[in-house]
Design a protein around this ligand. Structure first.
Ligand code: ATP
Length: 413
């Protein structure tokens, strides 16, 4: 499959099947904006939930926050973004890519910015978390949220957008611990990729050399992914020293230090920052999962998504749409199952083969068919259903009483 061709296929599948639409499409769109449809939002939520469970809820040393998108502009002056968050334009002039807005009315109105990264909201809450929770070093603060960048040339579908979503962590450490913490987070980035089905062999670490790193960073690794249009940055991992806390302390005149509860020693923690883009992760997941093969002599497109990340975990069908007794039993099974597994879908359109193709294309790992044997046509098969596996196409007969547990065991991975 030619790689560019693959990108076209992914974009068209996303639109056709309700993953991602062009933003404001009926008005001709707005460059760099995309709208996530029902399946897209489900997949995106699964990505974010896996991240949050792994890095916030699943750990004792992490605190989650959800800070405001519009912050006091002084915070962006202190962090260096007002002066330096700029990209070169074609004629060589620098262009600040922060979106400006104004807060308040009339003469009271002041300039403010839509945050260009979620990290800023974390640093300004450092003192709040320390005062409320008294964490011991090392500890981290994580946040998932929207960020905005007026990119000069948004392109490559959801790879470079103007309204994006980030999952970021600031992990506060003692300065002498930075190398160890950096290695731990480096491993954690790979563990996350594994959990969401991004294969190791498509991810490459790029050690960002001296002179190309942000001024505050002593070490940065870009995790690059082989996208269909080339090898590009997927995530970043940076050692930001005490640059941010020191800068905010100076500008706000509020002390942003950590006091050791045992020795009373005061220090400005240093920080390791793993930064993940949700939209790029979404695209990497789709590019990794997209597959074509032949099943029963028929060509098919399927998304080989890990069940834990698939937007729909199972689809439930009555074998035939025009047999009320089948439809009624299938409805019962569907309704019961939906209580345990909300991400399931009902489908009674077309024949079973067509339904399989449709579910394959959106990555549904299991299809459940209710047929005449379920109703007892073959007595020993009473109250059993067919469960078909997306990847192998193989079918298994499962008792209705065990169906929920059967699926729940399999969709966790
Ligand atoms: P690039 O060099 O590609 O512009 P960056 O180095 O500016 O990216 P960071 O500032 O490190 O990116 O942002 C952290 C993460 O946020 C990136 O690794 C990426 O996943 C995501 N990200 C940044 N800019 C965009 C964008 N315009 N569209 C989508 N995701 C983005």
């Amino acid at each position: 499959m030619a790689e560019l061709d693959l990108m076209e296929k992914i974009v068209s599948l996303c639109k056709r099947r309700g993953f991602v639409y062009q933003g404001s499409e009926i008005y001709g769109g707005l460059a760099g904006t995309w709208d996530y449809g029902p399946l897209g939002v489900a997949l995106k939520n699964n990505i974010k939930n896996i991240w949050w469970n792994m890095f916030v809820d699943g750990r004792d040393d992490m605190y989650g926050i959800d800070a405001a998108i519009i912050m006091n502009p002084k915070a962006w002056e202190a962090s260096g973004h007002v002066a330096g968050f700029a990209d070169p334009m074609a004629d060589g002039a620098m262009f600040n890519t922060m979106f400006e807005t104004s807060v308040g009315a009339g003469e009271e109105a002041t300039v403010a910015y839509l945050r260009p990264e979620t990290a800023g909201g974390i640093f300004v809450n450092f003192k709040n978390i320390v005062d409320s929770f008294h964490p011991k070093l090392p500890f981290g603060i994580g946040q998932i949220g929207k960020a905005f960048r007026n990119e000069i040339a948004p392109r490559e579908f959801i790879f470079r957008v103007r309204e994006l979503e980030q999952m970021e962590i600031e992990y506060f450490i003692r300065p002498e611990e930075w190398e160890e913490a950096f290695e731990q987070w480096r491993g954690a980035v790979h563990a996350f990729n594994k959990a969401i089905g991004i294969p190791e062999k498509r991810v490459h670490e790029l050690e960002v050399p001296d002179g190309e790193r942000a001024h505050y960073s002593k070490r940065t690794i870009d995790f690059e992914f082989d996208f269909p249009f080339g090898r590009r940055e997927l995530y970043g991992l940076a050692y930001r020293t005490d640059f941010d806390l020191s800068a905010h302390e100076k500008a706000s005149t509020v002390e942003l230090k950590y006091q050791d509860p045992e020795t009373n020693e005061k220090l400005t923690p240093h920080v390791i920052e793993p930064s993940f883009g949700v939209d790029r992760t979404f695209l990497a997941v789709l590019a990794s999962a997209y597959a074509e093969d032949e099943q029963n002599g028929e060509k098919r497109v399927y998304l080989k998504l890990k069940p834990s990340i698939a937007p729909i975990k199972a689809a439930v069908f009555p074998l035939l749409k025009n047999k009320p007794e089948l439809v009624e039993r299938a409805r019962e099974i569907y309704t019961d199952l939906k209580k345990d597994i909300p991400q399931i879908m009902w489908d009674d359109n077309g024949n079973v083969g067509k339904r399989y193709r449709r579910q394959d294309e959106i990555g549904t790992p299991y299809c459940v068919t209710i047929d005449f044997d379920t109703l007892g046509e073959t007595p020993e098969m009473l109250d059993t259903v067919t469960v078909r596996d997306r990847d192998s196409g193989e079918q298994e007969r499962v008792a209705v009483a065990e169906l929920s547990a059967y699926l729940q065991n399999r969709i966790r991975v």
